[in-house]
Structures are given as structure tokens and as C-alpha cells.
Design a protein around this ligand. Sequence first.
Ligand code: ADP
Length: 540
Amino acid sequence: MKKSLVSLFLIIIFSLVSIQLLVMPYFESNFRHPTEKWALEFLTSGSTNMLSKELQNLPKQQRKVYLQSVQANFGFELALQKWKKSDFSNEQNQWLERNEIWGEPLDDLAYLSVDDEQLLVIVKPNSVPKYLINEAQRWTMGSFYQLNNKLKQQPEDMWPSIIDSVRSDFKYDVSLQSLDELNYKIEDMASLKKGNIVTISSADSNFIGYPADIAIQRIGSSDKVLILGPFSSELKDKVVYMLTILYLIFGMFLLVPIILWLLPTWRSMLSLNKVALLLGQGKFDARANLVRFSNLNHLSKTFNTMAGKIQRLISSHKHLVNAVSHELRTPIARIEFNIELLRNSTENNYQLGQLDRIESSLNELNSLVTEMLTHARFDREIPELTFEPVELNEWIRQELKPWQETNPILDIILLEGIACHAMIDRFYMSRALSNLIRNAIAYGENQIHVSYNKTSTGWLIQVDDNGSGIPPSSLDYIFEPFYRVDQSRNLQTGGTGLGLAIVQQILDWHGGSASADNSSLGGACFILSWPTKLHNLKSR
Ligand code: ADP
């Protein structure tokens, strides 16, 4: 056990190291960085595009000065750089030539072309400017500044068309709304009226850990506000996709080694389960397989040793019963012979009476030995069986006839059901039924009801009596050889304790079973059931 836990621990460590060395670099370059690049380009989109257009309209020498003059209104550092195409990859150059932002998440910066020679560089410094209230403001303040400038120069009725003209610069939504249409918290409304940037969170922004979902600012002293966003829903989709991939990779790397570790153990469990079932069915030569790398091999070995011991025990028990029964035959025959000799040599009534009693006890002993030998033989080998279809109603009627004739004062009745043909070995099934009727007569009162039926899977015969029945605690053992419910009562009935064990053996050959219960007549009820499927029938 200790060994297998250590191996599991080592396997997990090995897969964690593999994830770190093999998978994480691949994940970072193929999933994490593209997502962060996309997020950087998405969030910087509006202000950088507008700024780049403004710079294009200025002569080159004025551009730097202009940038410095507006810097304080942006949440990033702004710079101009010569566009040395050799410093960039083909993909980057093509991207920039199309006037699209190129984000570099590892360096926290983004590029956008101003013209063929100059690039606008947006750097997100680590130090947060003092005037920033939160991270969302950093991303939106530049856009608000530029939009406000554009709008304030125009009459209010032009604002919607100005917003429409800049909408394509933004990768998220930009809209105008009246201040009195908004319904935010009192402190947010007061802050808005003062002209501050107000940021509003949502479930999506909380999920991705982004400080806001929309940002709002009043336009000058008008009653209109500019709304930027929502940002989070699109970001969330990307983050969810990235996390799903990450969890899948982690799951696979942990699950696969654990499954590989468990597989041999699982196979051992299946083998143990199968062997336990076979042992339960009396196949004592069944053994569990030892599976390579299984953690249950130790248990399988112990189980096999135990099964071997049970097999030897049962086999020696059978041999003993068989040998003793055989050995008893000869002295019984000799006593019988001597009784006959004695009977012929005396006319004394007392002695003749004693001889009768000895003979009756000897008969009991004789039938016990016969039953023991039969049981031992049945246990050793399945006899030649001949299964044939019999009409149950007719067959049972014939079987009951001798019992009814010899016991006229008893109520031995066949409860007739629908006609049905069952596959049985007449000889042995007749013996099973006889054993039940004999018991019902011996342990019952005066009523014995025999019935039969066809079920969806097979046939059954039921024998009920109105005797004292079987206590529930004995129901599980009643078919064991030599088991008897009440020893004193059995002395009167003279049974051997093997009758029901033989019934069980016969039903086993038919692929079925015998069971006992309490009867509605007040006594015991015995049911013989066997299946229609012929492949369950045991014949040689
Ligand atoms: P026996 O030769 O003792 O009858 P069986 O194997 O036929 O042996 O039965 C085992 C025991 O089951 C009996 O000793 C008896 O105690 C109990 N038994 C069997 N049939 C009945 C019955 N119909 N009613 C009550 N007890 C029964």
C-alpha cells in the first residue's frame, strides 16, 4: 500500500513537472499571449486611433510637442518612434500598414502607425499615475478627453453624427445618453455631475477581475454623457476559452497518469470479483489473476491461498463422508444378518420385540447411509440427465397420486393452473418433488397444496403446508446438508437432514434454485424454479 501511494505521488509530481516544462511554454505562446495581446489592442483602440489621425494632420516637427501637451490626459505614456521596418517582423509590418494596433503584452506596450515613417507608441507604465482613481479610468480617460474635445467644439445636435463617425475607431461600444436617463447610485450621479469619470462594474467584469464594465463621463456642462463599453463580455469569452484550455490540459495531465496507475488495479478488482462469484457458485478451483503493476496483487495472492484452503477442506470433507458411509455398509449388513439368525432361534416375545426395535433403528441408519452416499455422489459428479418437455399439470398429478393413496386422511391437492410444458429431467425432478412432499407430510398438519406456474423467465413449482413452518433465522440454512430446525422433532420424523440439500443439487443441474418461505396456509412454502433458457441447464 505504502509503495503504491509513493508511486502515485511520483506519477503526479512527474506530470506536474511535465506540465511546467512541456505544456506551459506552449500554452503561454499559443493561448495566454494571444489573449493578452487581443485585450491590450481592444482596450487601447479608441484613443490611439483618434490620436494617430490627429498626429497625421500635424507637421512632423509639431507632433512631439502636441503629444507632450496632451500626455496628462492619458493613462499611458505616449511616444513617437521612427518606423524602422527591419526592427519588426513581416507580420507586424503588415499589421501596422493596415493601420491596426499591434499589442505587445510582455512589454506592456502597443504600436500604431502615424504615417509611413513614424509609429505612435503607447506604453503602460508599472507606476500608476497619481490622478488615477482606478485601472478602468486609465484605459478610458484618453478616449474621453479626445471625444469631449471633438464634441465641445460642435453644437449639441451634431454630437450623434460625430459619435457615428468615430465609432469605427473603437473596438467596443461608444454611445451618448441624457444624464437624467441614468439611474446609478447617488454618489455616482453626483460624481458624474462634477465631470468625473464614473466606472460601473458588472458580473462579467467581476468574473474576469476587470475594474469596470462601462465608463461614463459628462460632456462639459451639458446634460449629456458619453458611455464607453461594455468591455467585459468579449473579454470574458476569451478568458473563459483560455481557462477552459488550461483546465483541460491540467485535467488530462493529471487524469491520464492516474488512470494508467489505476488500470491494473481495476483489472485485479474485476478478476477478484469474478473469482468471488465463481467460489460462491461452488467452483472452488477458480483463482484470481495476478496483474502486472496492480496494487491489489497482495490481496489476490491472499485470496487465492484462502480459496486453495477452502478447496482442500471441502474435498477432504467429501472424501470423509463418502468413506465413512461406505465403511458403515458392511457392519450394517452383518447386523441385519445376525438379527435374522437371532429371530429364527428364539420364540420369546420380549426378545422378538427388542429385535424389531433394533431392526427399525437399523433401517433408519441404513437410509441415512444411502442418503449420504447419494448426496456425496451428486456432489461429486452430475449424472446423465435427459431433459424433455413435460406437461406440468399432468406430470404433477401423476406424481401426487401415490402420496394421496397412501395418505388418504391428508388433504394433498394440486391447484391447477394454465397448461404449460416445462423442460425437466423427469427422474430427478420427481425425486426433488417427492422430497418436498415427504417433508410436508412429516412436518405439516393435514393440508398440502401443490401449484405451478410459468414466469417470464422460466417455470416454478410450489409446495405449501399448514404445519409449524420454518423460523426466519433458519431460512438461509435450510438447504445445507444435515441442517435441521428442531432436533427433537426430527427424531420423531426420522429424517436424515439431506433431503433439501439433494433438492437444491437437482435444481442446480436444471440451472435453477430452490427456496423456502412462510406459506399463506400457515406452515412452510418451498419453491422450485428453473429457467426456460436451455443453455443454463446442466447436462453431460
Ligand atoms: P430431514 O431429513 O431432516 O427432513 P431435510 O433436508 O429434508 O432433512 O430438511 C431439513 C430440515 O428442514 C428438517 O429437519 C426440518 O427441520 C426442516 N423442514 C423441511 N421441510 C419442512 C416443512 N415442510 N415444514 C417445516 N420444517 C421443514
